[in-house]
Design a protein around this ligand. Structure first.
Ligand code: A3P
Length: 291
């Protein structure tokens, strides 16, 4: 059975209350990232030339994975991506982590983990790390729908409860704000590049160019434009429907900026603005986030 199928079967047998567990104060998926997988992760050997993508859940990780794969393929003419999809290291069972160590360079590695919980070699080595962020209101709304659609995760209903869980960091992979503040500390590191979901929406060709230059994959202007065209929400949804049927709808929902207005109450929006201000005021990352 494919790993995806096995996980779905496991999800069908698992009660909602058993779908998450806590490790070092952070919730994780029991099915995707069981303790054995997390334990083994600390041995992961990162290479200087790895292409590393980090994002808090629902900030556009899969979008940028698709963009990066196209960039790597166009530039090298080879398909260089880990065998599993999506390439989150915390999803790789211990034996697949082994396969990863045998993969030729350059590898594409991804994670939703907080930098403090990423395997140490991500920082003792010097790979370039691309970090994707998205305004917290849309991230929260996207997360709510995703939890409700993904059988591997518990339902997030009702909305008001999920809203407060997100605000207190009681959601899988932890607090959005903790992630943002941790990356703020690394924002001037030349090996780290932070890109906003909203910037990708606004000017995809420009961002494709920036990302390819950051990782050192030279592309022609034609290649940049072609990758951007193939990576719009509509284009990716069509490709996904062709190859995965319905499953695509778990990862593609609306792909818009500002959808939070359909779920947030006025009070919730005000509270989020206040929390955002108290945590992020005066930070460079906060200034990039259009809330
Ligand atoms: P919405 O739920 O707001 O639609 P992640 O990959 O980190 O889980 O993020 C998922 C979000 O990215 C979803 O947001 C999804 O629709 C959106 N997304 C996926 N592909 C996209 C694309 N090509 N363009 C814009 N948004 C995209």
């Amino acid at each position: 059975a494919s790993p995806m199928k096995t996980r779905m079967e496991l999800a069908a047998k698992t009660k909602d209350e058993d779908k998450l567990y806590k490790r070092d104060g952070v919730l994780y998926s029991t099915i995707l990232s069981p303790p054995e997988t997390m334990d083994k992760l600390k041995d992961l050997e990162v290479r200087d030339d790895d292409v590393v993508l980090v994002a808090y859940p629902k900030c556009g990780f899969n979008w940028v994975v698709a963009v990066l794969r196209k960039i790597m393929n166009a530039s090298t003419g080879k398909n260089e991506a880990p065998p599993e999809r999506p390439p989150l290291v915390e999803f790789l069972p211990p034996d697949v982590q082994q396969t990863l160590s045998e993969m030729p360079s350059r590898r594409l590695l991804g994670t939703h983990l907080h930098p403090d919980n990423m395997p140490a070699s991500f920082f003792s080595r010097k790979p370039k790390i691309l970090v994707i962020f998205r305004n917290p209101k849309d991230t929260l709304v996207s997360y709510f729908h995703f939890m409700n659609k993904n059988p591997v995760l518990p339902s997030a209903e009702p909305w008001d409860k999920f809203y407060s869980d997100f605000m207190s960091g009681e959601v899988p992979w932890g607090s959005y704000f903790d992630h943002a503040l941790a990356w703020e500390k690394l924002i001037d590191d030349p090996k780290v590049m932070i890109v906003m979901y909203e910037e990708l929406k606004q000017n995809l060709p420009e961002e494709v160019k920036k990302i390819s230059e950051f990782f050192g994959f030279p592309l022609t202007e034609e290649q940049v434009n072609s990758i951007a065209e193939q990576s719009t929400f509509r284009a990716m949804l069509e490709t996904s429907n062709k190859s995965h049927g319905n499953l695509g709808s778990v990862f593609f929902r609306k792909g818009e900026v500002g959808d939070w207005k359909n779920l947030f109450s006025e009070d919730q929006s005000k509270q989020m603005d206040e929390v955002f201000h108290s945590k992020m005021a005066g930070t460079k990352l906060g200034a990039q986030m259009n809330t």
